[in-house]
Design a protein around this ligand. Sequence first.
Ligand SMILES: [Zn+2]
Length: 1105
Amino acid sequence: MSTAGFNSQNGTGTGQTYTNGPSQNPVALQQPPGVGYGMNHQPAYNPMQTKVLGPPSPALYASGPYQPVPPGPQLGSYPPPPAQPLLTRPPIGVLPSHTPPQSASPGPGPRQAQATPPAQATPPPPAVTSTSYYTGPPAWQYAAPRGPAPNHVNPAAAAPPHMSHGSAQPPGPGAPPTSIHGYPQPGTAPPPMNPPPPHTYQPNRPAYGPPPTAPPAGPPGATGTPPPPKVDAQSWGAASSARPPTEPDTQEGDVECPGDVAGNGPQAPNSYNHVDNRMAGAAQPGPPGRHLGHYPSLPPGYQNTLAPPPSSLHPALQAATQPYIQGPQPYQQQPGGPGPDQLSPSMAAMSLQSGTPEALRVVNLLQERNLLPPAPVPAPTPCLTQDLQKLNCSPEVFRCTLTSIPQTQSLLNKAKLPLGLLLHPFKDLSLPVVTSSTIVRCRSCRTYINPFVSFLDQRRWKCNLCYRVNDVPEEFMYNPVSRSYGEPHKRPEVQNATIEFIAPSEYMLRPPQPAVYLFVLDVSHNAVETGYLSVFCQSLLDNINALPGDSRTKVGFITFDSTIHFYNLQEGLSQPQMLIVSDIEDIFLPTPDSLLVNLNECKELVQDLLKSLPNLFEKTMETQSALGSALQAAFKLLSPTGGRMSVFQTQLPNLGVGALQSREDPNQRASAKDVQHLSPATDFYKKLALDCSGQQVAVDLFLLSAQYCDLASLGCISRFSAGSVYYYPSYHHQHNPAQVERFQRDLKRYLTRKIGFEAVMRIRCTKGLSIHTFHGNFFVRSTDLLSLPNVNPDAGFAVQMSIEENLDDMQVVSFQAALLYTSSKGERRIRVHTMCLPVVSSLSDVFAGADVQAVTGLLACMAVDRSVTSSLSDARDAMTNAAIDSLSSYRQSALTIQQPGLLAPACLRLFPLYILALLKQKAFRTGTSTRLDERVFAMYQLKYQPLAFAMLMIHPALYRLDDLSDEGALNINERTIPQPRVLQLSVEKLSREGAFLMDAGLVMYLWIGRNCHQNFLSQVLGVSSYAAVPEKLCLLPELDTAESQRTRALVSWLRDQRPFFPSLHIIRDESQLKPHFMQNMIEDRTESALSYYEFLLHLQQQISK
Ligand SMILES: [Zn+2]
């Protein structure tokens, strides 16, 4: 959150995030072009917060613990086997042989070394098992003429590219397009890196019709396609012009590879005239360029003509239809076709769509108390014509805080609402998958063709993001679905807002790597005490055949306490071999070739290991934890291939690099003052995470502990490597069965869910809009390219945007997220989501389109940043001010009739309630005892969870369960699922005679009233009386009664809605957990926080000031 943004809300700010003006692209600021993180190292995670965030200075890193130490003698140091039964101790003699490589690594000076991706440091290729790596087929010789690069993929940013670039490495991995490539900052000199897109593609292109032939022409960006009227625009314009060339070849990412046809480079630019002429027969194209000019402009008199449409409020509507009206298009698109141009402006449809009256209904919050809809709040529908909306991206994947985009930044500023996107890009979905050698993209901005482009004729389409006119490649004329020719607008790419491509080799920087899973397990005394190890081992045994992957899948294990233990699982061994390295200051890999093994070939050894691990450390008395060294070892092991590192930790690491000290003062947990230590104590974890990111390694952290573990520091390892954090406070195999069940379920999901490797995501938006701040777990490689070594279906992201150029002439704008990844089966795939939204010019329309949940979700992300970079109290003030400012603006500028009360448009009626909920959320609350790790975890969750789940954390759903009926029930797979009404979170709504379920996302509480109906007790809980309800009950018994079935159906249906497993606590009035339940009664007053009504009065008071 931009501090600024919030400040501005306070009326003082300058820069403002959302309110703000020209978006200073913070990310860019952070990374001087071409500079790897090595330099500044501010990974732009929170651009806005740069000032504060970086704790220790880079120097620390350099000199720090991190650097490789000369290899060495230590080998000998293999300690004698611990007391525990070892599997087999490697003959010491052997070790040395393995070490040589090691020595190589240390070579480089300290930070030099650091700079160079460790991968390099580590043993040379030989060590790397995958031979194929260097020998890849020419196919993947990525067109980019870049010099050899050490790490293929490496994120530019992360890598110290420069240093390494020159270095000798197999030319193989194309150069990692580094950030440099990304969007060249104005100052940067892209040329060298942007060789013109390879023309390789041309050849394929059947020399069909006229089009291609057309005169070639100038450089891509240049000409021909006259940009839309307003193109020149400053910042973006400049950037974009520079960019086209760049991108093509660069990178990985969605980044564009030359391949895409659209890019057929050189040939196009000026050719349109000719094309047009040639096509004359088919349609009479207007003068070239003309379309462009026309597109945005409003037909004269339009306003008048349309006056009648129902809600004049909805320019959006007009907008959507305009293109159509405007024009006699040369090529009559089929109705129902894609693209705004072909929308049939059915007024009827439009008026139906405009449900706005309701959205703008004036609500006096002080009077209307019961604001919750009976069922969970749905996402608002953008005010588009039905035809467009039908094609639009699902709100489950892509949501915008304002479903009607303000025409100008000043209009946005007036609304005082944040503008941003919330994404759930890799959500489990069934979606169309296209295999094609031709992935059609805009030659200028690299946008993938999508339902919202317009076809000028059969041979040309106009990009909906930059308005460039592109050729339709010949291959695209054939529709594989209908098997017909000549209907490019019916291709699946143009009919689906969400689609996946199997990418050709141009999208690879190296051959797709196998799925590699490395498990790093805490086996200290503390860990063994919790009993987690046997649950983990059993779970992996149970799911080992369901790990996503193919015949190349590899696995490996490292365990650690005060030393690091490796496991030789090489095929042919009769049993796993344990190798212990006690020199944690100089971690090396004892037998680099046999620690990560092919799962299929070595499955038996792996299973043996999993069966024996829990016993192996049963009697350990080792209390120390050298987590930092274990992570370094794991990083070395994974560097050559990338992959997923799963770390299980149960205590504060207290030995070697990355050691931490307790920073929590338990006496301050309930303090009403600011909370300290929300930022990391060391940047060790962050830096290691960036190294990991550079080598396509993501780290997932499972923290199971009753004690403070400094999640604020440890979590960085996942946050910046695009991993996830799981937290099980007070985990204990006997004392906390609910946590154990949750851990088991989470593990099952974790081990078996879909996974993407070597991923990058780029989000594009229509010219004039600008994306600036990102939220979630990743590393920002270049200004808009997120590096995601792993991507999983449960990860959410958010971005903030500003409006850099007026959108006056546009009726709609679009957003596109493209996620390029390697599937677990080794396919390179691109998942593309495109969303289209109307542009509006009046403040009321902006308000009418507000998506209150998205606004809340984005504010929560911003507030987390603010808490860390500034202070918790600042963040709290900023959130309150967000409500005050927007309602105040609504009152002053959007309301035509003034009336007393605290007024809100109906679509924002829940805004103050959600803000209050945030203030009482674990992440932000004060005055209520909150463990620091739990608070930090809640912050992570708010930033990382997809909106739907984050909203449950913020504002849990409360249902009454003792009177469930089948009325209005859903029927799914022959199961009847009751749909009780969602109740306000107030004790008023509870009754001693009832039983109430609170669904708070990760956890559910079933509260049983003291006088609960006997019927419910016996038929659902199977107990005879209230007193007989056991303490710590966390399972609903499976009784053969209608009541039991209904109740269980509802609970399991709710659980099925999310990928993680919420634990259920059945609590009585005296239960220890009751306070947790009661704390979620957001509308009620507590000692330290206002009731909802009081909060409203406070807002009103501020507004009327
Ligand atoms: Zn474009």
